[in-house]
Design a protein. Structure first.
Length: 204
């Protein structure tokens, strides 16, 4: 997953012939400014808005910038860890299980404010506890992980529903936020970088 920031400097160079040698530097610096602005937006705002951040170092490690130079007028912000699930969260899609089923938290499973469950309440850990077991619900035929709340056979607490697949909603606005941030950064910084190029040309 990455976003490439490119520009067509040839048209600008033709329009400003006197500074044509400096233009690639100005454009490369503008692209790099935009790329670092995008990375900051993704790491500090977009990623925390989409996920529960248990490890603050992860997004900083994951997203990196590939810088432009005067010969390659293209910069990029990319996922250096190449996490496939990140792509799914940017577009939505179908999650398939590693085993036979996906465990989806049910009505009696307490989740955190942002929708996650604690490690102790994950299916494997729960199934090691007394009175927690898998069953098939009579009416629906749905497989589930349940807890027997009392010494009686019923009622049962519904902890997880077991499904052969699950739909993942689009939650990570990587491309939308990256594109809007890049546009703003390039509009803001091009004039500054162009003026730097002009000053360099005059000194020469």
């Amino acid at each position: 997953m990455n976003i490439n920031l490119t520009t067509n400097a040839s048209k600008v160079q033709k329009a400003i012939q006197g500074f044509s040698k400096q233009m690639p530097f100005a454009m490369a610096n503008t692209l790099n400014d935009a790329a670092f602005a995008v990375r900051k937006q993704i790491v500090e705002d977009t990623y925390p808005d989409a996920f529960t951040v248990r490890n603050p170092v992860l997004p900083k490690t994951m997203f990196r910038v590939e810088k432009a130079n005067k010969r390659k007028l293209q910069s990029a912000v990319f996922d250096r860890l190449k996490k496939d699930y990140m792509v799914t969260h940017t577009t939505g899609g179908i999650k398939t299980p590693r085993g036979s089923n996906i465990a989806i938290p049910a009505r009696d499973m307490k989740t955190r404010a942002r929708g996650g469950v604690t490690k102790a309440n994950r299916p494997r850990q729960l199934l090691n506890r007394k009175n927690v077991f898998k069953t098939t619900l009579r009416r629906s035929g749905q497989q589930a992980i349940v807890r027997r709340a009392t010494k009686k056979r019923y009622p049962l607490q519904m902890l997880y529903l077991l499904e052969p697949s699950g739909r993942i909603k689009k939650t990570f606005d990587f491309y939308e936020d990256a594109n809007s941030t890049a546009r703003r950064a390039m509009e803001k910084n091009f004039a500054k970088r162009f003026n730097q190029a002009k000053r360099t040309a005059r000194r020469r």
